[in-house]
Design a protein around this ligand. Structure first.
Ligand SMILES: Cc1cc2nc3c(=O)[nH]c(=O)nc-3n(C[C@H](O)[C@H](O)[C@H](O)COP(=O)(O)O)c2cc1C
Length: 391
């Protein structure tokens, strides 16, 4: 077994998995995961916001065990975090979506499959027995989306996650520099310029070839067949979701809908009016509109606005168990994690994803014990405070 396959077991934090991912992936793919939109200000803010919150432990309290079970959308999960939709995961590692779904199942949590995945939603369903959510973009138009929704229903997905923050694709400067577009749709001459980054990554190259060089999205079935990677940017720009779409989406899905990409109390109200069962305070991990607030800063406003009417989840910047604690102390019912497990998949497939989940779980247990808080339900603002600005 090569070094990178063994290494995930030796990682002790998500940053270690990130380092392994850098070693295995060509730059264009590592940066696709790691990067954010434009100047990456929101990307940086998402993680920095957690540093601004300080924990306030109750000492001399013995916490023997912490129950991490969390009920989300009527499902009892073993953990208060769910794997977020991450497009193109199959490019990170052969059958990457199935690796992530299996890792989620064995940890007793849910996996969210992105519309922009390289594996069919039925194959992902077959490979994992735990709860699966399907994330919807309207790429390809309403009929194409309706057919994906029907397939997700038939396959037994339990929630539909409608992402509302992507009227066009955010501009990620690292992708532009690394030749993301020419590599997927350019002429041979244009591609050649960016090929050297693959020469030093033989394990990724062999995995990609053995996986059949997947360069289509099989859940976006156009009259001409599955949508190729090359067309996705333009297709996203023609397929913005609006609040008016929620009526037909509800009719087609007939199950719980999670609205992902809420930044304000006003949009949270609107999502509730449109029948959301849960909302995700999310800025897409800083990949869409750069310059928006860190999600942790927006969370209290949204929680105050919707109260107990729907479950409020959040994502963005979660790299440690203590980040999950802080989000829950500020009112999140649970969180979604994106890059944390994507680095794991990129580093080593399923063992990497399992390791990422394990790191977050053990971090969370330890943080709760050190905090003197025996249950997630008891987490509230009394356990945190804002860092005093240094003089
Ligand atoms: C590489 C990558 C691809 C993503 N693709 C999607 C997607 O297809 N659909 C979606 O709703 N969100 C997508 N997201 C956003 C995540 O679902 C999530 O909101 C974000 O990663 C949370 O921030 P974090 O990575 O700091 O945990 C993607 C994120 C990353 C890093």
């Amino acid at each position: 077994m090569s070094d990178w396959q063994l290494a995930p077991h030796r990682t002790v934090c998500i940053e270690d998995l990130r380092q392994l991912a850098t070693r295995r992936l060509p730059r264009v793919l590592f940066d696709y995961i790691d990067g954010g939109a434009e100047g990456e200000r929101t990307l940086a803010q998402n993680t920095r916001a957690f540093e601004e919150i300080v924990l306030r432990p109750r000492s001399a309290v013995s916490v023997q065990s912490v129950d991490l079970h969390t009920n989300i959308l009527g499902h009892q999960l073993n953990l208060p975090f769910v794997l977020a939709p991450v497009g193109s995961t199959r490019l990170f590692f052969p059958r990457g979506e199935q690796c992530a779904a299996r890792a989620a199942t064995s940890a007793g949590t849910a996996y969210t499959l992105s519309t922009l995945s390289g594996t069919t939603l039925e194959e992902v369903r077959q490979s994992a027995s735990g709860p699966l959510w399907y994330q919807l973009y309207l790429v390809g138009g309403r009929e194409v989306a309706q057919s994906a929704i029907a397939r997700a229903r038939a396959a037994g997905y339990t929630a539909l996650v409608v992402t509302i923050d992507t009227p066009v694709s955010g501009f990620r400067e690292r992708d532009a520099r690394n030749g993301m577009q020419p590599l997927s749709s350019g002429s041979l001459g244009e591609r050649l310029r960016f090929l050297p980054q693959f020469v030093t990554k033989p394990s990724w190259v062999s995995g990609f070839i053995m996986d059949g060089r997947p360069m289509t999205f099989p859940n976006i079935v156009l009259p001409t067949g599955p949508m190729p990677y090359a067309d996705v940017g333009a297709a996203l720009a023609q397929s913005a979701v609006t609040w008016n779409d929620f009526r037909w989406i509800h009719e087609a899905w007939q199950g719980p809908i999670v609205v992902k990409g809420v930044h304000t109390a006003a949009d949270a109200y609107r999502a509730v009016e449109e029948g959301a069962a849960a909302i995700v305070v999310s800025n897409h991990g800083g990949r869409q509109l750069d310059g928006v607030a860190a999600t942790l800063h927006v969370l209290p406003e949204v929680v105050a606005a919707v109260g107990d009417r729907v479950q409020v989840l959040m994502d963005g910047g979660i790299r440690r168990g203590s980040d999950i604690v802080k989000a829950m102390a500020l009112g999140a019912k649970a969180v979604l994690v994106g890059r944390a497990y994507a680095y794991g998949v990129a580093a080593a497939g399923e063992p990497g994803a399992r390791r990422a989940i394990d790191i977050l779980r053990t971090d969370l247990m330890r943080t709760m014990a050190l905090l003197g808080c025996p249950s997630l339900a008891e987490l509230d603002e009394s356990y945190i405070t804002r860092r005093t600005p240094s003089p």
